[in-house]
Ligand binder design. Structure first.
Ligand code: SAM
Ligand code: DTB
Ligand code: SF4
Length: 337
């Protein structure tokens, strides 16, 4: 396949094609990914999102990776929902550090009636600061999607996590199809979709290719694709996966996502504490152009923002500014040197 053809937006990828991309020699893969990246984005610019856990712990779902599932003894306390003012304070702090988007997460299977108006209020106050908003609240019904759209929500995060075949090995309280249904509703309502997965849960190489194929063959590619490296949590069934994932395998997934979804933001997400600065630089070379920025993810540690700022400075990477982040619907390319 020529490099020019590789930058085209397609929705008909076969598993063999994806495996051929992912399994080629590492240097060839990186070259292709970097070439595709430069067709649509400024290669030296990264978008930053800060996470806030607005409702921590006590979740009814049994996701085997999660510290917040009530099924496992992870030592995490169940907390009440955060007050709107506290979310606003965190948003102000994140904006001061340079984040363009606030991603608010809740440990829910789906939002309940009582708390939903507060969530809508959170979206409105964060938008009032001029920041982009993202929510991740579990499954949604049509009415909830419509209210989120009306409140001005920019992104909804809903991860598929792994392939359809491996999904029941990781989660039994909902199906892969349930996830697709919510993504479909969000997309149809005109809210940007953020959907990705987790690498390192014991899935096979082909499961990773299958997950990417599901995203790449969606009618509209997710606007943002978070690629998480499993953060192993003591007490969860996947705690024993610590140290089992080769970072080159992880980088290969990022590069393949970049090639399959040329215009999507690919986010180097959870797991950065386990990646050296050099491995993260390879992720950026592979086409990752977004990160979670701030000292904490939802319940676990993330690199200090000062460390990220230092790494960006060494690499000559600029953090995307708010005005640009709002130009999502346009071509992201700049006259790259
Ligand atoms: N409860 C909602 C849901 O599951 O959609 C929203 C919050 S949930 C914590 C959001 C996502 O975080 C999950 O879908 C998963 O991809 C990611 N995640 C959770 N725990 C993780 C871990 N230990 N390592 C890597 N990613 C994780
Ligand atoms: C995503 O893909 N990763 C984020 C966000 N979307 C919600 C969450 C990562 C969680 C990592 C484990 C934790 O901190 O609990
Ligand atoms: Fe609940 Fe989300 Fe954690 Fe699953 S990933 S247990 S749904 S908070």
């Amino acid at each position: 396949m020529s490099l020019e053809n590789l930058g085209q937006i397609r929705h008909d990828w076969t598993l063999d094609e994806i495996r051929a991309i992912m399994d080629q020699p590492f240097n060839d893969l990186m070259f292709q990914a970097q070439s595709v990246h430069r067709q649509h984005f400024n290669p030296n610019e990264i978008q930053t999102s800060t996470l806030v856990n607005i409702k921590s712990g006590g979740c009814a779902e049994d996701c085997s990776y999660c510290s917040q599932s009530s099924r496992y003894d992870t030592g995490l306390e169940k907390e009440k929902m955060m007050a709107v003012q506290e979310v606003l304070d965190k948003a102000v702090a994140a904006k001061e550090k340079g984040a363009t988007r606030l991603c608010m997460g809740a440990a829910w299977r789906n939002p309940n009636k009582k708390d939903f108006p507060t969530v809508l209020e959170m979206v409105k106050v964060v938008k009032g600061l001029g920041m982009e908003t993202c929510l991740t609240l579990g499954m949604l019904d049509d009415e909830q999607v419509a209210m989120l759209k009306e409140a001005g929500l920019d992104y909804y995060n809903h991860n598929l996590d792994t392939s359809e075949a491996y999904y029941p090995k990781v989660i039994t309280t909902r199906t892969f199809q349930d996830r697709l249904d919510t993504i479909d509703k969000v997309q149809k309502a005109g809210i940007n979709v953020c959907s990705g997965g987790i690498i390192g849960m014991g899935e096979a190489h082909s499961d990773r290719a299958e997950l990417l194929r599901t995203f790449a063959n969606m009618r509209h590619h997710p606007d943002s694709v978070p690629v998480n490296l499993l953060v192993p949590i003591e007490g969860t069934p996947l705690a024993e996966m610590r140290g089992k994932t080769d970072s080159f395998e992880f980088i290969r997934v990022i590069a393949t996502a970049r090639i399959l979804m040329p215009k999507s933001y690919v986010r180097l997400s959870a797991g950065r504490m386990e990646l050296s600065d050099e491995a993260q630089a390879l992720c950026f070379m592979a086409g990752a152009n977004s990160i979670f920025y701030g000292d904490k993810l939802l319940t676990t540690e993330n690199p200090e923002s000062d460390h990220d700022a230092m790494l960006f400075s060494k690499l000559g990477i600029n953090m995307q500014k708010l005005a640009k982040a709002h130009c999502d619907d346009h071509d992201h390319s700049h006259s790259a040197a």
